[in-house]
Design a protein around this ligand. Structure first.
Ligand SMILES: [Cu+2]
Length: 730
C-alpha cells in the first residue's frame, strides 16, 4: 500500500541548505533535485531515438507543477502494456472565472505536495492508452462522500463509481482505487456520482481520453485543466496537426456560494443537498475549460495554421445543451461519445448541439478551401445558446477563438479589430459600466446617469428579468494569504534549555459536531526556548499538512495517512500563542486548527481577525510531554536553525525588502491586494498562490492577469511595495 512519509520542517522557500541541515538520511532529497526519470522506464526508442521521441518523452515525464511525485507513475510491463497509477484528491478552489467574479468549486486534483496543490477548474484531463492497466486512487480529502464514475468507459461493475450500487461512496478521510484495463479508444469523461446534480456541477468532472495503442507512445497522462493537448499521442498525430480538449459547463452560482458562505459541514449538507432545489437551477456563468470570456480566450485560444487539421474533443458537463459554433468554419464530426463514425456517416455543421454528458470529436480544417474554412483571422468560437453568450447576463460567456498563425499578440491576446482590453475591467460585469461609448449618446461617463426623463413607460409598466447583482463581498478562503501566514515569532537563537516532544493526532475521528477533520489535542502548552519535536499521527487514509504559519521559519509536516511524521524546531524565547492548522484549506476551514501556547502564551487576536475562528467547546488535554533525551542529544535542529538565512524581523524593525517573480492571477485595487502565482523567494516564501497587500493601489496600475512581474515585498509586514512588469509577458 502507498504510505509514504514525508516530513520536514520547511523553511518558506525550501532552501537546500536548510534541507541539508534538517532532513534525516532516510528522507527524500529536496524536490528540485529529484530526478524524475525513475517514474518512467526509459524506452530503447528514447535512449536512441530521434528528436520527436525525445520531445514527447520530455513532455511525459514533466513534473506536474505543485503535485507530489507520487501523483502519477507509469511502469512498463513485460507484455508491452503499462501500469498507470494516478492519485487524485479533492480540493476546494476559488477561481476567478471572469474579471471580478470568484467562484468556489470542488475539483479532482493530482495529489498535492507539501503546501501546494495543482488544483484548478476543470478537473484534470486524464489520458491513458488502450491496454494500459489503469489504477486511479481517489483520496477523499473533502468533507462529503464522493466517487469517480468513468462515464462511457468499459470496465468491471465494481469500478462503476455508482454509490450504493457498485460501491460504498468514499467517505471523507478514506480512499478507493479504481482499477481497470483501458479499452475502446475515444473521448470519455469522469465525474462524481454522489448527488450528481450537485457534485458534478460543483466541478467534480473532467475529460478522460483513451488513446489508441501505438508502439513507444509517449504523452502526458495528466493534463491539469484542459485545453491544448501537447504532445499529441501517436494515433492523433497521424491525422492531425493540433489537438484541444474543450470542456463546457454551466454554473448556477447560488449553489457554489453555499459552500463558501457556511462553515458547519452539517449546515452545508442541509443547504446544498436538501434546501437547494436543483430542478430550479438557473445557470448564470458559462465556462469553457473553467473560464468565461475574456479569460477563456486567454486560457484556450485554438491556435492553427492554414492547411492543418485540428482535433477538437468537446465535452458538455453542464445541465443544458450547448450549441458549439465556430465562426468561419465547418468542422467535420468524426466521433460521438467515444465511438468513431464510419467515413460515410461523418458530416459537417456550423453549429453542433452537444447534450449534457455527451462528447463529440471534430476535425477542424483550417485555411481557405472555399467550403470548410474561410481563411486566416481571429474567428470567434462560442456556445450559441443566448444565455451562454454572457457572464451573468452581460456580454461574455464560454467563448474562445480560432487564432491563425500571425494573429496572436505578444500579450497572449489575439490581434483583433478593436482592443480587447476593456473586457478585462471587472466593472464591465458588475453592471456599472455603460455598454457602449457614452459619446455615442451625446454624453460622457460622468454624466451618463443624469437627466433621463424617467417617466412612465409607454404602454404601462411591465417587468423583465434582471440580473440579481448579489455578487459582492465573497471571502477568499482557499488562497494563501501572506498576511495570515506572516511570521509572528522566531525560534530562540540560544542553546535550547530543554527538550519536549508533543504528539498530535489528525483525522476525521477527532471531528466534533459540524466538523469533518480535526487535530487532537487542539491546545498545546510548550516551554520557551525548548527543542521541540512535533509528532503528527495521521489516522486518515489521505494527507494532512500540519503547519505552524506564524513561526519563522515556518514548520510544515505533510503526512500521508495512515502514518506518522515529525519535525523538530526550537520554540521562541517569548510568551506567544501560535496557531497551527492543516494547510489543506478545506480542513482548516471546517475545524482543523489549534493553538501552540509558548510559555504563558500571548494574544491571538490579530490572527483571529483575519477570518480564522477557533472552534468553541472544551479544548483537548494538553500535550503529553514525553521524557525526552538529554538536551545535548537533540540539538541538531537547533544547530540547523542557527544556520538559517536571516528572516523578516518579527516586530518593530524597519523594512526588510525581498525580491521575487510571479504571474498575476488577479488585481484588486479596491482592496489594495494582488493575487499572484509566486515563484519561490529563497529565505522568504515557497512557490505558491498568494494574496499580497500592496502599499498603495497605484502599485497595481496597468497590471492584468497573466502578466509576468517582479515584485518587491517588505518582509517585515508582507506588503508589496513595488511591482515591475517583466518584458516578454505572454
Ligand atoms: Cu488536513
Amino acid at each position: 500500500m502507498f504510505a509514504r512519509l514525508f516530513a520536514a520542517a520547511v523553511l518558506a522557500g525550501l532552501s537546500s541548505a536548510f534541507w541539508a541541515a534538517t532532513t534525516r538520511a532516510d528522507d527524500p532529497p529536496p524536490p528540485d533535485q529529484v530526478p524524475l526519470y525513475d517514474r518512467y522506464q526509459a524506452t530503447q526508442r528514447y535512449r536512441h531515438g530521434g528528436q520527436s521521441a525525445l520531445d514527447a518523452f520530455d513532455a511525459e515525464r514533466n513534473r506536474i507543477p505543485g503535485a507530489d511525485d507520487a501523483a502519477l507513475s507509469v511502469e512498463d510491463r513485460p507484455d508491452g502494456t503499462r501500469n498507470v497509477t494516478i492519485r487524485l484528491e479533492i480540493i476546494e478552489v476559488q477561481q476567478e472565472v471572469y474579471p471580478g467574479k470568484r467562484v468556489l468549486f470542488w475539483v479532482y486534483a493530482p495529489l498535492g505536495g507539501a503546501m501546494t496543490s495543482p488544483a484548478r477548474m476543470p478537473s484534470p484531463t486524464i489520458r491513458v492508452e488502450e491496454g494500459d492497466h489503469v489504477k486511479i486512487v481517489l483520496y477523499n480529502t473533502h468533507y462529503f462522500p464522493h466517487t469517480i464514475h468513468f462515464h462511457g468507459a468499459t470496465l468491471p461493475f465494481p469500478m462503476d463509481g455508482a454509490p450504493d450500487f457498485s460501491q460504498v461512496a468514499v467517505a471523507p478521510g478514506h480512499q478507493f482505487s479504481y482499477e481497470f484495463t483501458a479499452k475502446n479508444p475515444g473521448t470519455y469523461w469522469y465525474h462524481c456520482h454522489v448527488n450528481p446534480s450537485v457534485h458534478v456541477q460543483m466541478g467534480l468532472a473532467g475529460m478522460f481520453i483513451i488513446e489508441p495503442k501505438r508502439p513507444d507512445n509517449q504523452f502526458a497522462r495528466v493534463v491539469v485543466g484542459a485545453g491544448r493537448i501537447n504532445p499529441m499521442a501517436k494515433a492523433t498525430a497521424e491525422s492531425y496537426q493540433g489537438e484541444y480538449s474543450l470542456v463546457y459547463q454551466d454554473v448556477d452560482e447560488r449553489l457554489n456560494r453555499i459552500a463558501l458562505a457556511y462553515t458547519d459541514t452539517r449546515e452545508i449538507e442541509m443547504r446544498m443537498h436538501r434546501d437547494y432545489d436543483s430542478t430550479q437551477r438557473r445557470p448564470n456563468i458559462f465556462l469553457l475549460n473553467g473560464y468565461s470570456s475574456p479569460y477563456s480566450l486567454l486560457d484556450t485560444p485554438i491556435l492553427v495554421k492554414s492547411g492543418q487539421v485540428t482535433k477538437l474533443r468537446i465535452l458538455n458537463v453542464g445541465g443544458n445543451p450547448i450549441y458549439f459554433h465556430p465562426h468561419g468554419h465547418h468542422p467535420i464530426l468524426t466521433d460521438v461519445d467515444g465511438d468513431p463514425l464510419p467515413e460515410g456517416q461523418q458530416y459537417s455543421r456550423d453549429t453542433f448541439e452537444v447534450g449534457p454528458a455527451q462528447r463529440i470529436d471534430l476535425a477542424l480544417h483550417t485555411g481557405e478551401d472555399g467550403r470548410y474554412a474561410s481563411g486566416p483571422g481571429v474567428w470567434m468560437v462560442h456556445d450559441h445558446a443566448a444565455s451562454a453568450e454572457t457572464n451573468s447576463g452581460i456580454d461574455g460567456g464560454a467563448m474562445t477563438a480560432i487564432v491563425y498563425d500571425g494573429f496572436m499578440g505578444a500579450d497572449g491576446l489575439p490581434k483583433t479589430a478593436a482592443s480587447l482590453e476593456p473586457m478585462f475591467d471587472p466593472h464591465m460585469y458588475d453592471g456599472s459600466m455603460p455598454t457602449f461609448d457614452p459619446g455615442m449618446f451625446g454624453t460622457d461617463a460622468a454624466h451618463y446617469d443624469a437627466g433621463w426623463p424617467r417617466g412612465a413607460p409607454l404602454g404601462g409598466s411591465f417587468d423583465y428579468p434582471r440580473r440579481d447583482g448579489s455578487d459582492t463581498g465573497l471571502p477568499q478562503l482557499d488562497l494563501i494569504d501572506a498576511h495570515r501566514h506572516r511570521p509572528v515569532a522566531r525560534p530562540c537563537a540560544e542553546r535550547p534549555r530543554g527538550v519536549q516532544v508533543v504528539h498530535i493526532k489528525a483525522g476525521t475521528r477527532y471531528g466534533r459536531a459540524g466538523e469533518t477533520y480535526a487535530f487532537e489535542p487542539r491546545r498545546i502548552h510548550v516551554d520557551r526556548c525548548t527543542a521541540l519535536t512535533v509528532v503528527v499521527e495521521n489516522t486518515d487514509e489521505i494527507r494532512h499538512d500540519f503547519m505552524i504559519p506564524g513561526l519563522n521559519p515556518m514548520v510544515a509536516i505533510n503526512v500521508m495517512g495512515p502514518g506518522t511524521a515529525e519535525a523538530s524546531f526550537v520554540t521562541p524565547d517569548q510568551d506567544v500563542t501560535l496557531l497551527f492548522h492543516c494547510h489543506v484549506s478545506t480542513h482548516e476551514r471546517h475545524g482543523m486548527l489549534g493553538t501552540l501556547i509558548v510559555g504563558r502564551g500571548g494574544r491571538l487576536d490579530k490572527l483571529e481577525s483575519d477570518g480564522i475562528v477557533l472552534t468553541s467547546g472544551p479544548d483537548g488535554p494538553t500535550a503529553r510531554m514525553a521524557d525526552g533525551p538529554s538536551a545535548g542529544a537533540a540539538l541538531k535542529p537547533a544547530a540547523s536553525m542557527a544556520g538559517m538565512p536571516e528572516m523578516a524581523p518579527t516586530t518593530g524593525a524597519g523594512p526588510n525588502l525581498v525580491h521575487g517573480t510571479a504571474a498575476v492571477v488577479s488585481v484588486l485595487p479596491g482592496k489594495r491586494q494582488i493575487v499572484v502565482d509566486g515563484d519561490a523567494i529563497p529565505g522568504y516564501m515557497a512557490a505558491m498562490t498568494m494574496i499580497y497587500r500592496v502599499v498603495s493601489p497605484e502599485v497595481l496600475n496597468g497590471l492584468k492577469p497573466r502578466d509576468r512581474i517582479s515584485l518587491t515585498v517588505d518582509a517585515s509586514n508582507n506588503t508589496v511595495v513595488a511591482i515591475k512588469l517583466l518584458r516578454g509577458s505572454p
